[in-house]
Design a protein around this ligand. Structure first.
Ligand SMILES: [Ca+2]
Ligand SMILES: [Ca+2]
Length: 357
């Protein structure tokens, strides 16, 4: 306080011509202001120190730079990786298994860290948590090595890079013998494909395709009206009435007529069933089957070289079912009446499975 008082006193008593120049002298300190704007602070001659000592949240600025913060950054040491292994390998993972790893690094000053990938690639489906350094996801079902560089950065921007790698191994999904009823298994990426023995189908050959209806029938109607069509229909009895157990049924005019079902995709077709038309004695006694993959080119099912002829109904309601031997691959199935009572009435169902691929 005494020094400051002295300074004010000197300033007050200086003549106007000397107002741009003054000195504050106190036992160990010399503060000099010059006309050009320089300000010199000089400690005393006995090796005195100049100490700038803010208190509380006080700061020391040089220009706009917080000088204490600057020294903190300069003195900050970069983070240090805790090495996982000599080559940075984080392990080997079987396809489909969970990966959960913590990349560990520490900051010598104990500050928070952030992690980022700066090179290479993580396995697809595996991600890095930038805040925690955790690597997590599901191992892809392939034999591969994924190498990637991770940078860990402290709050001062000091960083350390490290190269890591993750090895993955394809899992043989057939090892659990998923195909039943004698089906053979082929391993695939994240999956398997069963080749089933007839009449079984489905992804694990668990379905008897001879008894699995595609759903033409009246109660399920999985096959939509638009998937049913006909040629030479009789009266007001459209193709969409030709569903097994429907109230009435489809009626054709003659042997040039046919009733067609579009299964929506090429399917493994194992069996068909028919009934007659309910309200009159219109039923189809015998019929042929034609089938197609594209809706343009149709072929008949064969008995040797002859077109196969199936026995249909002997009355209007009894359901007659035929297993196709061998099964056929088809999207479009046509029921083509050959002999009939009065008019060829039909209500139908088609049985089979999707083709495994
Ligand atoms: Ca640091
Ligand atoms: Ca596999």
């Amino acid at each position: 306080m005494a020094a400051i008082k002295t300074a004010y006193l000197l300033l007050l008593f200086l003549p106007n011509s000397l107002a741009s120049f003054f000195e504050i002298q106190y036992p160990n300190v010399l503060v000099t202001a010059e006309t050009g704007g320089n300000l010199t602070v000089e400690a005393g001659p006995q090796g005195g120190n100049i100490i700038m000592k803010p208190t509380g949240n006080g700061t020391v600025y040089i220009g706009k730079t917080d000088i204490l913060k600057l020294f903190e950054v300069v003195n900050s040491m970069p983070p240090v990786w805790e090495l996982k292994s000599v080559h940075g390998s984080l392990g080997t993972f079987l396809g489909g298994s969970l990966i959960s790893l913590n990349l560990e690094a520490v900051d010598p000053e104990g500050g928070s860290l952030k992690y980022e990938k700066v090179s290479g690639a993580l396995p697809p489906g595996v991600v890095l948590n930038k805040a925690t350094g955790q690597i997590s996801g599901t191992a892809p079902d392939v034999d591969a090595t994924y190498q990637f560089g991770i940078r860990v950065t402290d709050k001062h921007g000091k960083y350390a890079d490290q190269i890591f790698s993750i090895d993955t191994r394809e899992k043989n999904q057939c090892l659990s013998n998923p195909c039943s009823h004698g089906g053979t298994c082929k391993d695939d990426i994240d999956s398997f494909v069963c080749t089933c023995q007839s009449p079984y189908g489905g992804t694990t050959c668990a379905t008897n395709c001879e008894s699995r209806a595609f759903g033409v029938d009246q109660s399920s109607k999985k096959i939509a009206d638009a998937q049913m069509s006909a040629h030479y229909s009789y009266g007001d009895h459209p193709a969409s009435d030709g569903r097994l157990n429907a109230p009435q049924g489809w009626i054709g005019q003659n042997t040039a007529s046919w009733l067609q079902v579009d299964l929506g995709n090429v399917m493994d077709v194992h069996a068909v069933a028919t009934q007659g038309y309910t309200s009159s004695t219109y039923y189809t006694s015998t019929y042929q089957l034609q089938y197609s993959s594209d809706g343009n080119t149709f072929v008949n099912t064969k008995n040797g070289t002859s077109n196969m002829v199936y026995n249909g109904s002997t009355n209007v309601n009894t359901i007659t079912k035929h297993v196709l031997t061998p099964p056929i691959h088809a999207r479009f199935i046509r029921f083509k009446p050959v002999t009939y009572s009065s008019h060829p009435g039909l209500r139908v169902e088609v049985y089979g499975c999707e083709i495994n691929s």
